[in-house]
Every structure is written in C-alpha cells, then in structure tokens.
Design a binder for this molecule. Structure first.
Ligand code: PM9
Length: 473
C-alpha cells in the first residue's frame, strides 16, 4: 500500500518497505465462487438490484461498509459479558462512557441503528415547514427530515457535485448557500444544519475544521443549531490530520473531540466507524431536548438504557468506539481504500477524486457515456460487475436519489456513481487486486452495456427494493 509505506534506510538509499494489515486472522469464513450461468440467474431473480441478491451468491461483498465489519477478539470477548437486564444494563454505562469520552457530548441514548437516531432527532427538532439545510443529502437522513415536515436544502460546495474536482474538503458547507437559506425566513425557520462528516453520497468526502468554525459562527449569529452525522467522523479526522494545516501532529482522538466541540449534538450509525454489526446513538448537550429524546426513544426503540440493542451489542460498541480512533487502525482502513483507488487510476477507470474514506465511487456517467441517466447507468454498472465476477457493489445515482416529493419527478443528481464499499478489517490487499482486475474487465466491455428499465418502484427509499430488467438492444 504505497501511501502508508514506511521509508527504510539502507546505506545512503531510501527504499520503500511493504505494508501489511495491522491485524491477523483468527477465524475465517469461506467465500463462494460461482459460475457465470449461476450469477446470471441469481441477478435475474434479484431484479438486477444488488440489494436483492442472496449473500451466498456473492463472492466479494462491497455492497456496504455498514454492519459488515470484522469485530476484534476484544469485542467478541465483550459480547460474552452482556448484561441483558431490561433496565440499567451495565453495558449501557460502558457504552455511554465510551461515547462521552470519544465524542464529548453530555447526554446519550442508544438506538438500534443510525436511522433510529435520525427519526428521533427529526421528530424532536423539526417543526413542519422548517428548512433543514444539509451538506448533500443522505437517503435515510433526508427521508426522516422530510417525514417530520422539514424542507431539505443542499448547501454543500459546488465542487462536491463534480467527480473530477480535486478540492481536499469536498464535504464543506458553502457559506453563501447556507446564508441564503437562513435569509429566506430567518434563523427561527431553520430547524438545524444537518452536517455529515464525511459525506457519503459525495464519495466519502471530508469537512475541514476551518469550514466548520465559519459555519458555526454563521449559525450562532442566527440561532441555528448544528447536528452532526458522526457515522464516519473518524475517517474525516484522518483527512484533517493529513490535509489541514496545523493538524499533522494531532491525534485522531483529539481531532474527533475538537470537531464535536463545535456542534450541538450528533448521531451515529455505529455499524460503520465503530466496528460493530448493529447499533447507533444520538447525543446532545441541551438538557431540554434530551429530555424529549429520552422520552420518545421508549416509543420507537426501547427503554433509554437499551434503545433497541441487546446489552451485548452495547458492550461491543463500547470497545469498537475506542478501537476506531487508534491511529494504526484508521490509517490502514483508509489506506486500503486508497490502494484500490490507485490500482483503478492506473488502469484509467473513471472514479470520484480525491478517493474518500470508505469506498471507491466509480463514475458511471464517464464509464458509460452512451447511456442516458434514464437507463440507470450506475445500476447497470453494479449489475455488470456482479455478472463478471460475483463482486457486489451499490448504485448511488438517480435510483438512490428517489423522487421529488413536490413534483413527483425523478431527482437527477449530477453524480451517477457505483460504490465499491470496503468493510473494515474483512478483506486483504489480495482481494483488492481481484476487485481492480474485475472492474478493469467490465470497463473494457463498457461499450456493449445497454442499460436497464425499472419494472417495480417502491414508494419509500426505492433503491433498496426496486426491480429492473435489461433494455433491448
Ligand atoms: N449508510 C451505507 O451503506 C447503510 C445503508 S443505506 C444505503 O452507506 C450515513 C452517513 C450513513 C447511513 C447508512 C446512515 C443510516 C446514516 N448516515 O444504516 O440506519 O451512511 O445504521 O444508518 C449505509 P443505518
């Protein structure tokens, strides 16, 4: 992995040394290798939607990094110490301590996963008709904000919508766009700024602390709170350490704390950075808001000391949160993503630059310049990659964007991407080599792809369950 190689001195010469994953394997899970005929029939059965494939028909699973992480021996050991009391489980207090220490918020409730927290926050902090500006949308986040009557407005910088822009912090908020939203009806008509770091749909792109400070000044002047989606904040912290002047000598843990000190609260899908298979949380500093959240969590998730999780799940989160900010871990995690990006760059495959924290986002518009967006190029690419090699990826384009609730038309995002998401501590560098070769093969055959037609469109978050069929030649 070239970006994390250590220089070693041999006489006068500097030589690159090989890198290896900072863990060894204690338990293995066999992978399934399938035939092209088997994959063709599995994909047809799944309606050309990779979400509808059975995992046993998948070879290398890059659908998501959510809940697909390998837990450490410490986490597995913690699972055995689950306190499954209905109320006041010991593991809740461990969970609360880990989140308070790592992220710095005062009040914490567990939730079954990230969208449970989004639901609670949206219900408690949005009045119908209020604006909810955000640095690009995320599918479940925007859905909950709109369900609560909020009007989502994208205030990310323009560079985020350009897959070729090399801006180092493509997740940043555009201050003018935010000021314009606040200016429409005043700060009291803005529920909160919904800030994600990193920004998933832009390609795992980070937000800088400098930008956050400026945004905070603006929000404070108008009484607008900032709530942070901290799902991949540790990855964001690595980019700050690498790219933001003054942060090179700071620890990841201290950058995470500083970032959180500039916002009013946060939520997290613990299934990502926190290295577990299930879990989430919502944390705020405001006591009154917390009282409301702590009450509402009982209605939708469970008592405020388990929030839909088993005691053992909270124990695994408590250990995972602390492991997530270890320097070696996070460097290896993001380094592995970068390694795959470098292989694909070497082969001239079009993808989002700079490479983000949790995956490679292939640029389906440039991959298939002959396909219109109505033929679902990113969905097509995910299907073709599965057919070629059994590798599963995810559409992040027009299908994921859904329909505008007012007009009923497709939302047409500028970014039409297919995401190769890397689970944490699961695959080795050799798997990345195999993935790169498969993507190259699909790119070489790109001219023959015909695109897809949607045959079934669910009402909510359609990308999860939509069905497609190939367009005729
Ligand atoms: N992200 C992902 O694969 C899981 C499925 S949605 C396609 O990227 C952010 C930034 C996320 C996220 C989930 C959630 C929701 C909130 N914020 O999946 O409910 O990336 O735990 O979290 C997915 P849960």
């Amino acid at each position: 992995m070239s970006t994390t190689h250590l220089p070693a001195t041999t006489g006068q010469q500097l030589r690159r040394r090989s890198w290896a994953e900072p863990w060894k394997i204690k338990m293995v899970e066999p992978l399934t290798i399938t035939t092209p005929e088997h994959r063709r029939s599995a994909l047809e059965e799944a309606g050309y939607n990779t979400f509808l494939l059975r995992s046993e028909d998948v070879y290398i699973d890059l659908l998501t990094d959510s809940g697909t992480n390998a837990m450490s021996d410490r986490q597995w050991a913690a699972l055995m110490l689950g306190d499954e009391a209905y109320a006041g489980s010991r593991n809740f207090y461990e969970f609360e301590d880990a989140i308070r220490e790592t992220y710095g918020f005062t009040h914490v409730v567990p939730t079954h996963q990230g969208r449970g927290a989004e639901h609670l926050l949206s219900q408690c902090a949005i009045r119908p008709g209020q604006f909810v500006p955000g640095n690009m949308y995320f599918t479940t986040t925007r859905d909950h904000e709109e369900r609560a009557g909020g009007i989502f407005v994208d205030v990310i910088i323009d560079e985020a919508h350009d897959p070729e822009s090399l801006h180092p912090f493509k997740g940043n908020v555009d201050l003018q766009k935010l000021a314009e939203v606040i200016g429409r009806r005043g700060g009291s008509e803005v529920a909160f700024l919904s800030l994600a770091a990193t920004v998933n749909m832009a390609g795992g792109q980070p937000v800088s602390i400098t930008n956050l400070r400026e945004v905070r000044d603006l929000c404070q002047r108008h009484g607008v709170p900032i709530y942070l989606d901290a799902t991949r904040l540790v990855e964001n912290a690595l980019f700050i350490q690498e790219r933001e002047p003054g942060y090179a000598d700071r620890t990841i843990a201290s950058i995470v704390r500083e970032f959180c000190s500039l916002v009013d609260g946060a939520w997290m899908s613990a299934k990502k950075d926190a290295l577990v298979n299930i879990g989430g949380w919502l944390a705020v500093n405001d006591e009154q808001l917390f009282e409301e959240i702590r009450n509402l969590v009982i209605v939708f998730e469970g008592l405020h000391t388990y929030g839909g999780l088993a005691g053992r799940d909270m124990a695994a989160v408590a250990v995972g949160v602390r492991e997530s900010v270890q320097e070696e871990h996070i460097r290896a995690r993001v380094g592995q993503v970068r390694y795959l990006g470098e292989l694909l760059d070497g082969a001239g495959v079009p993808l989002v630059h700079p490479v983000g924290g949790h995956g490679i986002f292939l640029d389906a518009k440039r991959f298939y310049p002959h396909l219109p967006q109505d033929a679902f190029p990113a969905q097509t690419l995910a299907a073709e990659l599965y057919l070629d090699s059994g590798i599963r990826s995810m559409e992040r384009g027009i299908v994921s964007a859904g329909r505008d609730p007012k007009t009923g038309d497709h939302r047409r995002p500028r970014l039409e991407l297919t995401r190769l998401t890397i689970p944490r501590r699961v695959y080795t560098q050799a798997h990345m080599d195999v993935v790169a070769e498969a993507v190259e093969a699909v790119y070489a055959a790109a001219g023959s792809a015909r695109g897809l037609r949607m045959t079934h469109e669910p009402r909510y978050l359609r990308f999860f369950q939509a069905r497609f069929e190939p367009l005729e030649a």
